[in-house]
Every structure is written in C-alpha cells, then in structure tokens.
Design a protein around this ligand. Structure first.
Ligand code: KG4
Ligand code: ZN
Length: 376
C-alpha cells in the first residue's frame, strides 16, 4: 500500500492552548480505530498536536450506505502500521521519543478496535512504555480540554475546566453528562432509541443523499426553510433529559411516502433537511434546559456547556447551544471541527489525561464493544 493511498487527510500540526509552556512536555501517541477512521496523533502535555493523520474509510463504505464492520476491520489492518509510521515521521520523532502509548479499547466495532489496540499493545510491550486503554467516548468528552472555542468566534481559545455539562452526540451515542473529572462521569440523560447522528444518517438515506448524512443534511439545511414541514419534538413536553429520535424518523418517512415523487425537487429536499434539523436542535435545547434544572447539575454548578462528538460539527446545534449557554450565564465551548468526528488526537489527549491520573494498563485488557462512560 503506497503513502498516496493512505493519507486522505493529513491534519498537519496544530498548536493548541499553551497552558504549561515551562513544563517538560510529555508526548503521547494515540491510535483510533473504533469505526471507519484509522487515525494516529502525537499530542504533548502542553496541548500541542505535533502530528495527526486520519485515514478515512468513508469512500469504501459509501456504496453500502453505512459502515460495513468486516470491511472496516480489514481496512484498519491494511492502514494502521503506515498511519503510525507517518504520524511519527510528520512529528519528526522516533518511537523512542514517545513517553506514553494510548489506543481506543472500546466502545466500537470490535474488529476495528482490536486492530488499533493490538498495534498499541505491541508497541508498548516492545518499547517498555506505559500504555493507556482509552474509552472512545472519553476521547470525545475530554478533547475540548485540548482545544475548544466558542461557536461564534473560532479564534478564541476556551480553557474548559471541570466540572462541565457535556452534550455528547455522535453516530453511536447521544447523552447529556456531567463531567466531574477524568474518569468521573454522571449520566443526566440519554437517547431511548436512535442517536442524533443516526437520525441525520437515516434522513439522508431516505432522501438518497449519501453517507454520512450529517454533513450533507447540515449543508442542505443552510439553504432550506425550517418552517415548511413540521416534525415532532419527542419527549419535549415531558420532564427529564432523555431523548428519542425514532418518532422524527417515522414522521419523515410518512411525509416522504405521501409526497408525489415529482414534487421532491431541490427546494423540497433543502426545506425537508432544514425542518428535520430544527426538530433535532429543539430537542437538544429542550433537554439541556431541563438538565440545567436537574438537582445534580445545580449542585455541581458547571461553568461551561460543551458539545462534542461528530454531531458537534453541526453549525445550527453549535449556534443554538451557544445561545442557550449565554442565557444561562454559562460559557460555551466546542472542539474545532477537525476534532469533532473520530480522530487520533482525542485519543492521545485522553491518554495523557489518564496517564497523569495514573490510569495505565497493568494487566492484559480485553477490548470492549460496549463500554459506558459510567463504568470507567
Ligand atoms: O463521533 P463520530 O465521528 O463517530 C462515532 O463515534 O459515532 O460521529 C459520526 C456521526 C455521523 O452520524 C455523522 O453523520 C455525524 O456524526 N455528523 C454530523 C455532522 N458531521 C458529522 N451530524 C450533523 N451535522 C454535521 N455537520
Ligand atoms: Zn466517535
């Protein structure tokens, strides 16, 4: 496999918030392989991303309309060594310069997780370096502490301190969490059926727009009229902080079924996407409003509201959450777009944060397809 095949996206090096310049930086190599991205990054404890390679398999899965686990696992096997080698080369480092090795050990598609985890285990054993088993969701949850900004001003670096209120929305998860510390998460609400990312992907599939659906629906919605169609806002008339998206999906299917095919033109699609996206935005703000009234949240008094996970790329969700945070006298923070969807830098950063708390592997770890944040 040539280098040309491997790098679909070279994130280059990014300088984050230089919080502790005078400290001797600890270097962590992080590896991510839980879904359809094989990625590695070298991140230091001064919050600099020295190098970051993301090999996206999306083109391989696109023709199937979603990720095919067996194909993903095979593609990770083909890519992982080269992705790691390139990550070291771009940072101008050898493996000997690295202090800590970290990799996703779950949750995710187990074939892929195994590939990255075995690569990391092999490197750590061969070099006698500390190894951290990173929970993929913790990677998403902690990356705003590596680098985050507000929605309206992406140049403004925000230092995200514990505790914070987190909206974690990805392809596999949709949860509101209180992040008390590294390894300490309190679940405030979660989806009872689909995740927000899944809902975006399914809507795009219904409209034959392609995969992954989130970015396509987001783009279409920008040119659409969000008031044209009314989609339900499930659970929004109920107390609590849980989500449900399957009702929106069913309403979308029914609307499409009763629409004459000739009427489904570009304007229809844009309006459909905008109306659907507005329903998701309303559910998220409704549930977060309830979360702020929750006794556990009031007691913890988080100063910052944070969004993370692939769906955090959504411009309407970022804007609505920023407005909600402002009304509630809270700061709002979101990772840069490139650190929202799956990436190695978030795993390297979570590896560093866990290493600092002493959470390193001392006995063999079995990767886990399911691994809730509340079980850390
Ligand atoms: O975090 P992620 O990369 O993978 C998981 O851990 O699941 O999230 C992928 C999800 C997909 O469902 C994708 O459609 C969604 O994030 N996504 C978006 C946007 N960009 C990606 N959803 C809404 N708007 C976007 N701009
Ligand atoms: Zn993810």
């Amino acid at each position: 496999m040539t280098t040309d095949n491997i790098i679909r996206m070279d994130m280059g090096s990014v300088t984050g918030i230089k919080a502790h310049d005078s400290d001797k930086a600890i270097l962590c190599l992080g590896i991510e392989s839980s879904c359809d991205e094989t990625s590695a990054a070298i991140v230091d404890s001064n919050r600099n991303i020295l190098s970051h390679i993301i090999y996206s398999q999306i083109p391989e899965h696109q023709k199937y309309g979603g990720v095919v686990p067996e194909l993903a696992a095979r593609a990770h096997i083909l890519a992982v060594d080269e992705v790691i080698r390139l990550t070291l080369e771009k940072a101008n480092k050898t493996i000997q310069d690295i202090d800590v090795i970290a990799a996703t050990a779950g949750p995710g598609l187990i074939g892929g997780v195994l590939v990255g985890w075995m690569a990391a285990t092999g490197i750590a054993n061969a070099t006698n370096k500390p190894l951290v088993a990173v929970n993929h969701l913790e990677g998403h949850a902690l990356v705003p502490r590596l680098c985050a900004a507000s929605a309206s001003d992406s140049t403004q670096n925000i230092n995200v301190e514990f505790p914070y209120l987190l909206m974690l929305a990805s392809g596999g998860h949709c949860q509101i969490l209180l992040v008390h510390n590294v390894g300490k998460y309190e679940l405030i609400g979660q989806t009872l059926d689909d995740s927000a990312g899944e809902a975006f992907d399914k809507i795009a599939k219904m409209l034959n727009l392609g995969y992954p659906g989130g970015p396509i629906v987001d783009k279409r919605a920008k040119d659409g009229n969000a008031k044209r169609f009314h989609f339900p806002r499930p659970l929004c008339d109920k107390p609590g902080c849980d989500f449900s998206f399957s009702g929106i999906k069913t309403a979308a299917r029914m609307l499409l079924d009763k629409t004459n095919k000739d009427d489904i033109d570009e304007t229809f699609i844009n309006d459909f996407c905008a109306s659907f996206q507005q329903a998701v935005v309303d559910c998220i703000t409704n549930r977060l409003t309830n979360a702020m009234k929750d006794e556990r949240v009031k007691k913890a008094a988080p100063k910052t509201m944070v969004v993370a996970g692939g769906v955090a790329k959504n411009s309407a969700i970022r804007a609505a959450m920023e407005e909600l945070a402002k009304q509630s006298n809270m700061l709002f923070a979101a990772p840069p777009m490139s650190l929202c969807t799956d990436n190695g830098a978030m795993i390297a950063w979570a590896g560093l944060e866990n290493y600092r708390t002493g959470n390193i592997v001392t006995e063999p770890v079995a990767p886990r397809p399911r691994w809730p944040l509340t079980e850390l």
